[in-house]
Design a protein around this ligand. Structure first.
Ligand code: DOR
Ligand code: ZN
Length: 432
């Protein structure tokens, strides 16, 4: 591989620097002239450690009409990601060593981003019997994070056993917090808008009750719990108190919960249907504050591609979920004050360093230093772009941001020194 020279990138905390990459690793940082190196002009661009997504639905195996590991990681690279954690709710479910190894192998073959499979907590996500957690942990996929996402690990004894099990090897449970008895038939956030529209409501307490319970279980067992897609102000309070007591808990927020509200349901457009649902303006404000402060540790996309027949139908029949990988960075920057006010160090912390640490991905989420793997992304803080669904790399089209002008573009993404994205486009196509 020829050397790569990135000229004049804005390095967080270091100012404008050149960066030489050799054999997939950072070789030198400073003022560099290197003959024979492939040069990338990064004038005016901010260099971030490659983004890491804790929560991606890649849909393979089983729903390759909605997304594949190939198409999903291609979308990830375009969004600035160098690693994604693939959720277990595929068909078959990723509840065995065989499935997680298959997903990891597909990720390697595609080559757009590292794919770290998440294993299911329970067999078939059914919440009855623990999945082969040990076998997945010891497999070539080296699974550390387990989740029944899409479903809550509702049964407290199953949750307790899962926590005790993963604690033995330093793993963690990522909980989709939703008390199912409180959300039966729910279609959108329970509140003034659901009352007006006559749609059954999804009360915030369904999320908060499970978060409160699992904070207690984390403290009782000493095991690690990560809360997926936190969406309410009261959830933030509970997590804040838990952290103050020293509980071993972390939390993520999704871009859509940082920007959109339940008012969007007035359109009856199912693109806005998501689980947990879009909440109130007051929740959005608290989530933004908690992300800036660090009470919420990370941004995670919950990238949830759906085929047209599952989304372009009446609200009640539509599947919940929306695309996220290609828009997450832009929405995060908006939520953290917009491109002129945003603190890029905080962006790097919440979208890369901290999620990498939570997932245990040691080669990711690292600011460039001589010797570190060259996993990073170059973003143009001054550029804007308009979301055109047909232009997205995802196989699906269910973005709630269609037609919106968003700040910040991803100019280039590098995975171990190899460009996956260059000049905002996929650098080198791989076959599926
Ligand atoms: O909106 C959602 N979609 N929430 C989830 O928890 C699952 C996801 C999916 O798999 O589509
Ligand atoms: Zn979920």
């Amino acid at each position: 591989m020829t050397d790569l020279l990135i000229k004049g990138a804005d390095l967080i905390g270091k100012g404008r620097k050149d960066l030489l990459v050799r054999d997939g690793r950072v070789a030198e940082i400073g003022s560099i002239t290197a003959k024979g190196a492939e040069t990338v002009d990064a004038d005016g661009l901010v260099l971030l450690p490659g983004l890491v997504d804790l929560h991606t639905h890649l849909r393979e195996p089983g729903r390759e009409d909605a997304e594949t590991v190939h198409s999903g990681t291609r979308a990830a690279a375009k969004g600035g990601y160098t690693a994604v954690c693939a959720m277990a709710n595929s068909h078959p479910v990723a509840d065995t060593a065989g499935v997680v190894e298959q997903v990891a192998a597909l990720g390697k073959a595609a080559g757009y981003a590292d794919v770290q499979p998440i294993g299911a907590v329970s067999v078939g996500l059914e919440g009855r019997q623990l999945a082969e957690i040990g076998a997945m942990a010891q497999s070539a996929a080296n699974v550390r994070m387990f989740s029944d996402d899409g479903h809550c690990v509702w049964d407290p004894i199953l949750m307790r056993r899962a926590l005790e099990y993963v604690k033995t090897f330093g793993g963690l449970i990522a909980q989709h917090a939703e008390e199912p008895r409180l959300t039966e038939g729910a279609q959108m956030n329970e509140g003034a808008v659901s009352a007006e529209l006559g749609l059954p409501g999804w009360p915030s307490v369904a999320e908060e009750a499970i978060i409160a319970r699992d904070v207690l279980l984390a403290e009782y067992t000493g095991a690690r719990v990560h809360f997926c897609h936190v969406s309410t102000a009261r959830s933030v309070d509970i997590i804040r108190e838990a952290k103050a007591r020293g509980a071993n808990v972390t939390a993520e927020v999704c871009p859509h919960h940082l920007l959109l509200t339940d008012e969007a349901a007035r359109t009856y457009d199912p693109v806005y249907k998501v689980n947990p649902p879009l909440r109130r303006e007051a929740d959005v404000a608290v989530l933004r504050g908690a992300l800036a402060e660090g009470v919420i540790d990370a941004v995670a996309t919950d990238h949830a591609p759906h085929a047209p027949q599952d989304k372009d139908c009446e609200w009640a029949a539509a599947r919940p979920g929306m695309l996220g990988l290609e828009t997450a960075l832009s929405i995060t920057v908006l939520a953290l004050g917009g491109p002129s006010a945003v603190d890029w160090d905080v962006v790097a912390e919440r979208t890369s360093r901290t999620p990498a640490r939570i997932a245990g991905l040691e080669a990711h989420g690292r600011d460039p230093q001589p010797g570190t793997e060259a996993n990073f992304t170059l973003v143009d803080p001054a550029a804007t772009w308009t979301v055109v669904p047909a232009d997205l790399a995802s196989l699906s089209r269910n973005t709630p941001y269609a037609g919106m002008e968003l700040p910040v573009t991803v100019q280039a993404t590098f995975l171990r020194g190899r460009a996956t994205v260059l000049n905002g486009k996929i650098a080198e196509e791989t076959t599926e």
